[in-house]
Design a binder for this molecule. Structure first.
Ligand code: GDP
Ligand code: FE
Ligand code: FE
Length: 199
């Protein structure tokens, strides 16, 4: 799994070179999480006929921008002319949606399928490709994750990817509601499409 030679259209270098860049951008703890997400994403990709190289790259880069400052994200939102409404949100939302722009610039990754999987990894989307689902679910079930339902989530993930998207979406929304957190509008769209429509 880990001697992948990436297609040059996805990343101009080896997996080791990509990993070295990622390690420079995040803490050791987050890097371990990232490796876990890559592993889960590759396994889910194999199960679901998704491009394994894209799953590996998207898994490795998904949290690349997670430790960037508020100022940097705001700068990127303005420079790239992203929806100004994003300025009202925070790192939880920015690291995927805005992080994709930082990944494109710094890692020279321009494959829109990979970038979209990063954009959608935190709250999902009404429209999700198989690669989007793989990364969204891998982030939830990677081997370092510890929460009461995680084994159940892993079982669903390897049985039915759409049901895993639904389970994760509902689980996250329940947590956000219980903790009186704001709900990013796209998270509701994900709920309406994947939780209500699937069950
Ligand atoms: P991580 O980057 O590997 O920690 O995982 P995620 O990217 O999935 O999630 C990052 C954080 O965003 C988690 O703490 C979620 O609870 C939080 N989050 C997810 N959806 C929403 C939302 O709609 N609103 C808010 N405020 N936070 C959210
Ligand atoms: Fe994340
Ligand atoms: Fe993550």
């Amino acid at each position: 799994m880990f001697d992948l030679k990436y297609h040059k259209d996805y990343f101009a270098g080896s997996r080791d070179e990509l990993c070295a860049k990622i390690q420079q951008s995040v803490s050791t703890k987050r890097y371990q999480h990232i490796l876990g997400v890559e592993q889960a994403a590759v396994q889910l990709a194999q199960e679901n006929n998704v491009d394994v190289e894209k799953a590996s790259i998207a898994g490795l880069v998904h949290d690349y921008a997670k430790e960037r400052s508020t100022e940097e994200f705001k700068r990127v939102i303005k420079k790239k002319h992203l929806d100004p409404d994003l300025l009202k949100w925070n790192n939880f939302i920015w690291h995927g949606v805005v992080g994709a722009e930082i990944i494109a610039d710094e890692l020279k990754i321009d494959d829109e399928e990979i970038l979209n999987a990063v954009r959608r990894h935190t709250v999902g989307s009404a429209v999700m490709t198989q690669l989007d689902k793989v990364v969204y679910v891998a982030d939830f079930i990677e081997k370092g994750r510890v929460f009461p339902d995680v084994d159940f989530a892993r079982t669903i993930a390897f049985n039915n990817l759409d049901q895993a998207v639904a389970f994760e979406t509902k689980h996250t929304l329940q947590y956000l509601l219980a903790a009186n957190k704001t709900i990013y509008p796209a998270a509701i769209e994900t709920y309406n499409r994947w939780v209500v429509a699937v069950n």
